[in-house]
Every structure is written in structure tokens, then in C-alpha cells.
Design a protein around this ligand. Structure first.
Ligand code: UTP
Length: 410
């Protein structure tokens, strides 16, 4: 661990000396904890603030992208399934569950995966996802490694819950946990907030931090040693997510693309969802607020929307390409947030409006670092039931309805 002197110098270089203001008052344990936190901060992330006000991101030339459509899948399903199952049986696919988010919109004080969507029985979000994986495990006759990304804030609860529930019947030897990196929270002037005299205010560094965190945890090495070549990455929100779906894996491998993304056709031109496209000839995701009216309504030769494939956070990546991408820097996004903090007088303040910035890396930025990423169209009603809010759109209520429609007993 770094010494007090080293920490002091490091902080001085970035104008953050206030972090050590109460050092002499702290217990020995608190002092070590604070030095450990300082050592872990990636200060270079603060430079993202310099470009924060440079308005919107400059985009390249946007064009529609070809996809493996629902029709293609229906026609080639046997072939895709057989290639996918062979790949799974060869131990070449692992799944990565992104569960490090804070799920603030849901307003549940435990990790989102611990939320019970059941009505007459207990059925947790994690359990839904494991049940979905079990179907493939059953079909392939092979356990699939599942790596669960947590954050410092929810790690112990998450691991404890899986143990308590006996991994919902999954093989514990194939479930691994890793903790994502944290990023400091700052005021609008770039000064790092303190939560207490010995705790720096920080939050998980966004879902784009998953691969570097997987590498740092040592888990990637374990997977590779076991012959894994592909990672199916998915979010904790979607209780209908098909994980390690043999058809998806088979279709992407057959297409020869470097990676693949499950997508759903937009329900209406104005639907607020990021869509896949080509940007300067490379795969990319353009957010709904970045699209002009003309783009939103543009039609393709088949009469359908030219930009209609919305992403659902379910990607297939090849490890070798990810390792290449990991050598380059990802864009850092700054987000205005309400950040609880300790003020100059040592009082704890919970602001009621945004008072600073958090920093996030986004998984969607990884797509543009590939030469090819094949959109793979799935049926929304069968594979997309996100839980973001307690009720309304993308909520516990809408997801319960979709689960029931898919024959899941609640
Ligand atoms: P969201 O964008 O919904 O963010 O995450 P969130 O923090 O979970 O929820 P809100 O916005 O506060 O309500 C999409 C997926 O990315 C994961 C989440 O767990 C979810 O699976 N995620 C997000 C991480 O793993 N780490 C992060 O730092 C952020």
C-alpha cells in the first residue's frame, strides 16, 4: 500500500489535498483504509470534466446496419442451434452478469437481483436468470461458467444471497463473483467529495468497466485456461434474458462477425431506445436523443424503419478482440447526480438536487471498437422484460405480465 507521503504527493498533483485533512484524527485502521482508497483512484478520470461542456459527442457518418432478422433465424434455426450447442459443449462460452449497478430507479435497498418478482411464491430476479440459464445447461448437457459482476457496495449481499439460496440449483463451482472498479464523485468544480473523514465518495464506474475489472480480478485468466473463447454479457434487469442462447451463438459464429448484439425491433419511431447503426463504417449505437427527426422516420427498402434495432444489453464478445480493445482507453461519461457528502463542518448533507458529477464507462462504447457486430433480432415479448422502475414502463408490473405470458408461474 502507498505511504502517507506518497498519497499526499499524488493528491497535490491533482489539487485534492483536502482528502487527507482529518488524517491525524483517524484510527490506524481508518488511516490504512483511506490510503487504500486513494491508491485505487484512477485520477486520470477527472480529466473527463475538461471536455464535459464541449456539447454533444461529435458523431461520424451514420448509416443503417444489416442484421440477422427474425426471418433469417426461423429459416436457419437448426444450423444455428447445432453450431451454438457445439460451441457450448466445447466449453467455449461463459456468461457475464452485470450486477454492479445501484438500481436507484427501482428504489430497492438491496442488490436488484434480490428483488422478489413472485406473487404467490418467492421468485427473485437472480433466480429468473439462473432458471433461464438452466434451460440451456439442460439442453447442452454442460455447465456454463457464470461470472457475476458486483460492486463494492453490493458484493457481500450478493454473494451471501447466492449462498443462502444454494445458487438456485446452479452448480456453485461454475459461479464466480468479481467486483467492479469504483470512480470518485466530484463537485461541479472537480473536487472529490468525502462521505466521512475516512471515506471518499465513490460509485461503480459504469457497466463499461466490466472487462477491465474481469481482467484485474484474475477471473479472465481462469476462464481462458478452461478454454473459454466467447463471453455472453447481459444485465440484471431483464428477467426474460436468454443467456448463452445456442441460436444466438451459432448465428454470430456463422456470420463471421467479431461480436453480436441481441436487438428488438422498435415498437414506434419515437421509442426511446439506443439503436444499432454503422458509424463511419463501424458498428455503433446511437442514442434516441442523438437522432434527427429525419433519421427517426427514415425507411429502408423493405418499408420498415431504417434504424429500428434497439439494443437490450445482451452481447456476445470474443475474448481475443476484447483483449485488444482493453489496450485502448474508453470514453468517460460525466453524469450530473445528487451526491451525499460531508461538508466543511463535518456535517453529512443529502442534497435534493444534483450537486456534482459521477463518472461512467458504458458498454455501448465497446461496440464501436469492433470492426463488426451483428445485430440479432429477437422477439420482444419472449426475451425482453426489463425491470427499471417499480411501476409503469419497464417495471416490476410490466415484467410480471410478460413473465406470466411466457408461462412463468408467479
Ligand atoms: P442501468 O443503466 O439501469 O443502471 O444498468 P443502474 O445503476 O443499475 O440503475 P439506475 O439507473 O440507478 O436505476 C444497466 C445494467 O448495467 C449494470 C446494472 O447492474 C444493469 O445490469 N451496471 C450499471 C453495472 O453493472 N455497473 C454499473 O456501474 C452500472
Amino acid at each position: 500500500m502507498i505511504s502517507y507521503e506518497e498519497a499526499k504527493k499524488m493528491l497535490a498533483d491533482y489539487g485534492q489535498e483536502h482528502i487527507l485533512r482529518y488524517y491525524d484524527e483517524l484510527s490506524t485502521d481508518e488511516q490504512s483504509s483511506l490510503l487504500a482508497q486513494i491508491e485505487k483512484i484512477d485520477f486520470s478520470i477527472l480529466s473527463a470534466l475538461d471536455s464535459k461542456n464541449n456539447a454533444a459527442l461529435k458523431r461520424g457518418k451514420i448509416e443503417p446496419i444489416d442484421a440477422v432478422t427474425a426471418n433469417d433465424i426461423a429459416k436457419n434455426s437448426e444450423e444455428y442451434r447445432s453450431v451454438g450447442l457445439d460451441t457450448i459443449r466445447g466449453g467455449k462460452v461463459a456468461a457475464v452478469l452485470l450486477a454492479g449497478g445501484q438500481g436507484t430507479r427501482l428504489g430497492f435497498d438491496k442488490p436488484k437481483g434480490m428483488f422478489n418478482v413472485g406473487i404467490t411464491r418467492e421468485l427473485y430476479i437472480f433466480e429468473c436468470l439462473i432458471n433461464n440459464m438452466m434451460k440451456v445447461v439442460g439442453e447442452a448437457g454442460k455447465w456454463i461458467h457464470l461470472c457475476v459482476m458486483t460492486s463494492e457496495k453490493n458484493h457481500d449481499d450478493t454473494v451471501g444471497f447466492f449462498r443462502e439460496k444454494n445458487y438456485f440449483g446452479y452448480n456453485a463451482d461454475f459461479v464466480h463473483f468479481f467486483v467492479q472498479d469504483m470512480a470518485p464523485s466530484v463537485d461541479f468544480g472537480g473536487r472529490i467529495y468525502m462521505e466521512s473523514k475516512s471515506r471518499i465518495s465513490s460509485s461503480p464506474n459504469g457497466n463499461g468497466g466490466w472487462f477491465s475489472s474481469l481482467v484485474r480480478s484474475g477471473l479472465l485468466g481462469t476462464l481462458k485456461a478452461d478454454g473459454v473463447e466467447w463471453l455472453n454479457v447481459f444485465g440484471v434487469d431483464n428477467v426474460l434474458a436468454k443467456i448463452a442462447d445456442p441460436l444466438f451463438i451459432g448465428a454470430i459464429i456463422k456470420s463471421g462477425a467479431q461480436s453480436g448484439s441481441k436487438v428488438v425491433a422498435k415498437t414506434a419511431p419515437e421509442e426511446r431506445v439506443g439503436v444499432m447503426c454503422l458509424e463511419d463504417g463501424k458498428p455503433s449505437i446511437v442514442e434516441y436523443y442523438e437522432m434527427s427527426d429525419e433519421m427517426i422516420n427514415q425507411r429502408g427498402t423493405d418499408g420498415g424503419l431504417a434504424y429500428k434495432y434497439g439494443v437490450i444489453l445482451n452481447y456476445l464478445f470474443s475474448i481475443s478482440k476484447l483483449e485488444e480493445i482493453n489496450k485502448t482507453k474508453m470514453p468517460i461519461h460525466t453524469v450530473d447526480k445528487k451526491i451525499p457528502y460531508m461538508d466543511e463542518n463535518g456535517a453529512f448533507i443529502s442534497p435534493d438536487k444534483p450537486n456534482g458529477n459521477k463518472f461512467e464507462l458504458l458498454i455501448i462504447d465497446m461496440i464501436n471498437q469492433h470492426d463488426s457486430c451483428m445485430p440479432y433480432e429477437v422477439e420482444r415479448g419472449k426475451e425482453f422484460a426489463p425491470i427499471k422502475n417499480p411501476d409503469g414502463v419497464d417495471s416490476v408490473v410490466s415484467a410480471r405480465k410478460l413473465l406470466e405470458e411466457n408461462g412463468v408461474e408467479l
